[in-house]
Design a protein around this ligand. Structure first.
Ligand SMILES: Nc1ncnc2c1ncn2[C@@H]1O[C@H](COP(=O)(O)OP(=O)(O)OP(=O)(O)O)[C@@H](O)[C@H]1O
Length: 239
């Protein structure tokens, strides 16, 4: 369970980017964050992950107030996985090595067992374990980034634009991979996406952000069917 309560945060002391952000996600839910460029979607993920600490408000993960816990401790101790938008795999390392980095603080046998599980979940990785990540396609790299974040078995996964730069076909492969892990491992997923309609198709709920706060929230199917929402927030690309 993620509970964000009235969070205010920013990069400099003078400017608040998040201005009283309140939202929740729980269970095996996929929740998408939508909204115009610069409204604070990535900043919210960075604040939940602990790259930025809130000036006020509270972030609760699985019942524990983690508002002031920085990123390295959150990922290790709070069951949080984070896949940033860029630089999310080590190109010079092999797929096996990337996964080992993701599980570096697991005991060796547990790390190996977890790699086997993730290779079973994502066979595309199993076929190329000793190839360098640099040789992977964009979609394969996203799946590796996802698997790397999953190594320590997080209960909560934050994904920043997993479809960025991908063709529509590959986007569907990556979204399938996200749904697959939600179904198999019952992870709570909070995802930022520009591809609003595609993201809503795999989501349970969504929040539309505007100027650092929630403008609108609802069940994904209802948002997709709402004419006004489609026109104002989704570019009316629904069919
Ligand atoms: N490292 C940073 N230092 C200072 N300001 C930043 C930094 N990163 C983002 N910002 C500012 O914070 C605001 C929100 O940015 P953010 O990246 O969270 O938006 P977003 O909703 O994810 O946008 P996009 O859809 O374009 O990725 C923007 O005005 C941006 O310029």
């Amino acid at each position: 369970m993620i509970d964000i309560d009235n969070v205010v945060a920013g990069y400099s002391a003078e400017i608040d980017i998040l201005r009283g952000m309140t939202l929740q996600a729980q269970g095996a839910e996929i929740v998408t964050l939508l909204g115009p460029n610069g409204c604070g979607k990535s900043t919210l993920l960075k604040t939940i992950a602990g790259y930025l600490l809130p000036r006020s408000g509270r972030i609760t993960l699985r019942g524990e107030d983690v508002s002031q816990i920085p990123v390295h401790r959150k990922i290790r101790h709070c069951g949080l996985g984070f896949v940033p938008q860029t630089d999310n795999v080590f190109s010079a390392l092999t797929i096996r090595e990337n996964l080992q980095v993701g599980g570096h603080y697991l005991p060796k046998a547990e790390c190996a067992r977890r790699m086997d599980e993730l290779c079973a979940l994502y066979p595309v990785l199993a076929r190329k374990m000793d190839a360098r990540a640099a040789s992977m396609s964009g979609g394969e790299r996203q799946i590796l980034a996802l698997a790397r974040a999953l190594m320590p078995r997080p209960g909560i996964l934050l994904l920043d634009e997993p479809s960025a730069g991908l063709s529509p076909k590959v986007l569907h492969e990556v979204f399938d991979a996200i749904v697959h892990v939600r179904n198999q491992e019952r992870v709570t997923i909070l995802m930022v996406e520009q591809n609003a309609m595609e993201a809503l198709r795999i989501s349970d709920r969504a929040y539309v952000l505007s100027m650092g706060a929630v403008a609108l929230t609802g069940e994904a199917g209802a948002l997709m069917r709402d004419e006004k929402v489609r026109e104002l927030y989704l570019g009316d690309r629904a069919h």
